[in-house]
Design a protein. Structure first.
Length: 113
């Protein structure tokens, strides 16, 4: 976390998602397919997919609840009690911080999108 990595990262990415996704869209279009389905395995992946135009088959309500929960006065914000390095109040402000808090188990159930 202190190295700026998201949960499940062992090193910085190659920052090629945009390029690879553009090529994937061309490939899928060439096959005549109309839909790409992606499964976000972490909170930050869900946000990244949103940025590239993905919508939700399931999980949109969960993402809205998480967003509301990390706002001041929200249930998740209240759990940012400094009990672990992943539960500092400033974690609510960024995707990186929220991802680590979720990875630390701040939600009632594990991440299952």
């Amino acid at each position: 976390m202190e190295a700026g990595l998201f949960p499940n990262q062992t090193h910085r990415g190659l920052r090629m998602f945009r390029e690879v996704f553009t090529l994937l869209e061309l490939f899928v279009d060439g096959l005549g397919m109309e839909m790409i389905v992606a499964e976000p395995l972490t909170y930050d992946n869900a946000l990244r997919y949103e940025k590239y135009g993905f919508d939700y088959i399931t999980g949109k309500r969960l993402m809205q609840d998480i967003n509301d929960g990390f706002k001041p006065g929200g249930m998740l914000y209240a759990r940012l009690d400094n009990s672990t390095p992943f539960r500092r109040q400033e974690m609510a402000a960024t995707a990186l911080g929220r991802s680590w808090s979720i990875h630390d188990g701040i939600m009632d159930e594990p991440w299952m999108m």
